[in-house]
Design a protein around this ligand. Sequence first.
Ligand SMILES: Cc1cc2nc3c(=O)[nH]c(=O)nc-3n(C[C@H](O)[C@H](O)[C@H](O)COP(=O)(O)OP(=O)(O)OC[C@H]3O[C@@H](n4cnc5c(N)ncnc54)[C@H](O)[C@@H]3O)c2cc1C
Length: 276
Amino acid sequence: MITFDFDYYRPDTIEEAINVYKKITGQEKKAIYYAGGTEIVSMSRVNQLSFDSVIDIKAIPECNVIETKDDKLIIGSAVCLTRICDFGGYPLLGAVCRRIAEHTARDMITLGGNILGKIQYKEAILPLLLTDSKVTVAGTAGKSEKPIDRIFNEKPLLNAGELLVNIIIDKKYINNPYSHSKKTKQEKIDYPLVTIASVKNDDEIRIGFSGLCVYPFRLDIIFGNIDNTNPESEINNILNRVPAPIVNDILGSAEYREFVTRNLLIDLFNYYGGMN
Ligand SMILES: Cc1cc2nc3c(=O)[nH]c(=O)nc-3n(C[C@H](O)[C@H](O)[C@H](O)COP(=O)(O)OP(=O)(O)OC[C@H]3O[C@@H](n4cnc5c(N)ncnc54)[C@H](O)[C@@H]3O)c2cc1C
């Protein structure tokens, strides 16, 4: 149960959503955008989050589309993970989303919510980081398109009141060779110890990691430069580039996470035909 009262708004347009946000915050009240609501509801229930109003964005058509336009695949921020899996237009994104939560939760969790929520894993962002995706953001100054790392870099970077409208993926990447592997502590459905997603783009392998550090990140390597005679040192080189300390928590120690990551990287290189 949520123990405080709040107002519920369900705007039909982006402009209406931005104006409602402005109006509420202008009255010194707190408003938040509401997508799948799974994180908002669970945090509110335990008094880790409070607000005066929620602005449900699911009736906004631009936040709900999955469409291809010219050479782009456009996915609305309020599209739930189940729809992305069923759509199948971006196989790597489908594979990653299929391993997030269980089916009932995936019916609610949205792509935008996964990227902008508080939970550190944000697995669905990996295929978007690997393909240099862009996003449309709306605010009081109107709409603008920007690279995804302008709204997420170690943490969500949207300004107060800004709405993530959609994610724009360049179709040139989506049929590239890819791999995805998620390792959990015990159950198949759980937060990741480590998730690795990768895309091969010409001679480059782009690798996205979730669970290894407290935020998801991408590392690129040139496949042709890999010394197949010395896999140990190649893996060490990659691990030396990890941008933050390896997580050490109840799911797994830092040492165990590193061990799992080493094995996943060896599998990854074997998959692409190296380090045999
Ligand atoms: C049972 C369960 C299992 C899970 N397992 C995993 C897992 O294995 N891996 C993983 O990565 N995650 C997992 N999650 C986490 C989940 O992906 C996040 O909690 C995510 O935030 C939920 O999305 P939502 O649409 O319900 O977000 P909401 O609860 O609607 O919103 C979350 C936050 O994002 C903001 N927000 C949402 N959409 C927008 C937007 N378009 N513009 C601006 N702000 C926005 C909201 O204001 C809020 O602050 C799990 C969650 C549950 C409930």
